[in-house]
Design a protein around this ligand. Structure first.
Ligand code: ADP
Ligand code: ASP
Ligand code: MG
Length: 418
């Protein structure tokens, strides 16, 4: 017997038939003698529709009211699953975030979970009741509903798993695990049996949206084993034992030590969520970086990649950096407003860029991974605009037109093709 948290994403609960399929997965685990909590997303497309409705109501709207609208998608699916489980003879009850409660900070639209009181859930689980919990939502310090940012149900699931001390958190989605790259664009991508928390964290934050970044961070800190698997697998298929050697379906996100066969590079990710800004002929004096990045930080704009070059005239520098696409126009405005303080000749911005990243724990102990990446891209005539690195990843910013070519090339160069 084990205590499991099962999370089902939007495609897995897209309509009544799919929710019935989810109920079959849940029932299988209950019949096997496990205690089960379920976290659900809204039906596929629902959250987008709700977000759009808020914009149509007013382009600029109160974030508290946005949250009360967009949190509603998950309220529908949890109620429906509870009804279905009951009709199948499974004892079940739905829970909204505030009922547990899942306490968050007050950052509406992108709130962070502060604390979950798991005691009431645990009582119900021990009494044999399935708890069906609305993902993506919580309750803020002002007692109003908050949401955790897009894709946030993954984080709800890991946080609940940590709060009830679950043996494992299963993330059911529309792919059968974590792949070496996005299977939608890399035909030869293959499923990984296991991936370390650290690599998964880099993959997620560098664009692989299969798990929300925050959920991986939380799983790593709270040591929650996460299994990413498909909800389209036969719900009645026999399941591998929890304590045996792992040979089951999906991808296990776990500690590095649990992975016997380590590769130098585990995956390639890409993100079109960045935009590039270049300031030409900035006065080359101490403190100039602070005059540029200070106002951006004050405006809550995250700067990612940065490069500084000596300008053609030799006495000034050019400064290029990236910001989230969503903040691009705001960032340009902030810089323009600080123009006198910074002192630059002109500013150029572009959104037609993509960040492509190579990720692997093996990079810590192997030289030459970056050189291989740069020459492979050069051979295909792909110009690198910016580079950033960490211990276990290398990212480059390139023209978005080359996204597929770059990702597929690197996938093959590092021997990841199936
Ligand atoms: P859900 O609605 O279940 O949360 P998501 O759409 O958020 O599902 O995440 C699953 C999707 O993530 C897949 O359909 C896949 O296209 C995409 N994805 C991107 N990178 C990867 C990767 N490396 N491995 C698996 N899936 C990936
Ligand atoms: N329904 C929310 C979204 O679409 C949360 C989630 O699916 O994880 O972002
Ligand atoms: Mg998701």
């Amino acid at each position: 017997m084990a205590r499991l948290v099962l999370k089902f994403g939007g495609t897995s609960v897209a309509d009544i038939d799919r929710i019935r399929n989810v109920a079959e997965h849940v029932k299988r685990e209950v019949v096997a003698g496990n205690e089960v909590a379920v976290i659900l997303s809204a039906m596929a497309g629902k959250t987008n529709e709700l977000v759009e409705w808020c914009s149509q109501a007013a382009a600029l709207h109160d974030a508290r009211e946005y949250d009360s609208v967009v949190a509603s998608g998950e309220i529908v699916t949890v109620g429906l699953l509870a009804i279905m489980l009951q009709s199948m003879g499974v004892n079940a009850r739905s829970w909204q975030g505030w009922q547990i409660p899942i306490r968050t900070d007050g950052n509406h639209g992108a709130a962070r979970i502060k604390d979950i009181d798991g005691s009431r859930l645990v009582e119900r689980l021990q009494a044999g009741q399935v708890a069906v919990v609305a993902g993506f939502q919580g309750i803020g310090p002002d007692n109003r509903v908050t949401t955790l940012g897009r894709g946030g149900s993954d984080t709800s699931a890991v946080a609940v798993a940590a709060a009830v001390n679950a043996d494992r958190c299963d993330i059911y989605t529309d792919v059968d695990g974590v792949y070496t790259s996005d299977p939608r664009i890399v035909e030869h991508a293959h499923r990984l049996d296991k991936i370390s928390y650290e690599e998964m964290l880099e993959m997620a934050s560098l664009g692989a949206k299969v798990l929300q970044t925050r959920s991986v961070e939380l799983a790593m800190v709270r040591r929650v084993p996460v299994l990413v698997r498909s909800s389209f697998d036969d719900p009645h298929a026999p399941q591998p034992a929890l304590d045996g050697p792992f040979g089951g379906p999906g991808t296990l996100v776990c500690d590095e030590d649990e992975i016997v066969e380590q590769h130098i590079v585990s995956g390639i990710a890409y993100s079109k969520d960045e935009a590039k800004i270049t300031l030409r002929r900035v006065a080359d004096k101490p403190g100039v970086a602070a005059t540029v990045f200070g106002p951006l930080a004050a405006a809550n704009i995250n700067v990612d990649m940065i490069v500084q070059n000596v300008s053609e005239d030799g006495s000034t520098t050019d400064l290029t950096f990236t910001v989230p696409v969503a903040d691009f126009e705001r960032a340009e405005k902030v810089i323009e407003e600080a123009r006198d303080k910074i002192g630059y000749a002109d500013m150029a911005g572009s959104t037609g860029v993509v960040k492509v990243s190579v990720i692997g724990i093996g990079m810590r102990s192997h030289a030459g991974v970056a050189a291989q990446m740069f020459s492979a891209l050069a051979e295909r005539g792909i110009n690198i605009q910016l580079i950033s690195t960490s211990e276990i990843k290398i990212s480059v910013l390139i023209d978005a037109a080359y996204t597929e070519l770059a990702v597929r090339t690197l996938h093959s160069v590092y021997g990841l093709d199936r």
